[in-house]
Write a protein that binds this ligand. Structure first.
Ligand code: C5P
Length: 225
């Protein structure tokens, strides 16, 4: 990036899935690879920002110049985000598990004669919505919306409900192995207060670069430049 457009800014990024334990060897998770969030952290660092990346369990290298905090569960992720505020810009790219096992146990569950155990779930904290409503709300708060249907409509509703400035909506339909989740490319719709921008399909690294450019332009406007 020419002229380090995000110099002096703190950018907080979440990425990857979370793992919610059932017992010491089993967990609830999802297909997030963390690629898009890591690419955004890399691009923000390349643009001169101080970047904190709160990462769920993923198999990715830490981008150069990025401070990485590894977490397992949604509650750990929420705590790490809180601990690293304030931030000028927060980009919540993690696919946080919506539910955790209510009665996680610390001994491995055994197959017995009482049949399969019934898994009771309870809701995890919503990190993005919590940030949106907090006194520490970053000036630019960006969330993701992975949807399989009514992509833009759901993203618009999510933007308002979670008090985010922007929602990056992507279609994750396509089935196991065909999906955006884990893939190299992404096709996004940027939902802002002003409307919707449809971006063509491109590699996740390019989505990240374009997003950082878009953020830099937004900050310039905000600064009246
Ligand atoms: O409601 P949904 O999970 O689709 O919202 C997705 C957005 O909200 C993403 O930006 C995700 O990182 C964030 N989120 C969160 N904490 C949760 C669930 C979602 O920060 N518990």
């Amino acid at each position: 990036f020419e002229g380090a457009p995000l110099a002096g800014r703190h950018v907080l990024v979440t990425a990857g899935p979370t793992h919610e334990p059932i017992d010491p060897v089993r967990y609830i998770a999802n297909r997030s690879s963390g690629k898009q969030g890591f690419a955004i952290a890399a691009a923000a660092a390349a643009a001169g920002a101080r970047v904190t990346l709160v990462a769920g369990p993923v198999d990715l290298d830490t981008p150069p110049g990025v401070t990485r905090i590894d977490v397992q569960t949604a509650r750990d992720m929420a705590g790490a985000v809180r601990a690293h505020l304030p931030a000028d810009i927060a980009i919540m790219a993690a696919a946080v598990a919506d539910w955790r096992a209510r009665d996680a146990v610390d001994r491995k569950m055994k197959k017995g004669d009482s049949g399969p155990p019934a898994l009771q779930l309870e809701e995890n904290p919503d990190i993005l919505a919590t940030l949106g409503a907090s006194a520490d709300r970053p000036a630019l708060l960006i969330g993701f919306a992975a949807e399989t249907n009514d992509v833009v409509e759901n993203a618009r509703a999510k933007r308002e409900r979670k008090r985010a400035d922007w929602i990056i909506a992507n279609d994750v339909s396509g089935g196991v192995g065909q999906s955006v989740m884990g893939g190299a490319d992404n096709t996004i719709h940027l939902v802002t207060a002003g409307g919707v921008e449809d971006w063509p399909q491109m590699p996740k690294e390019e989505v990240a670069m374009k997003l950082v450019e878009r953020i830099a332009a937004e900050l310039e406007v905000a600064n009246g430049e």
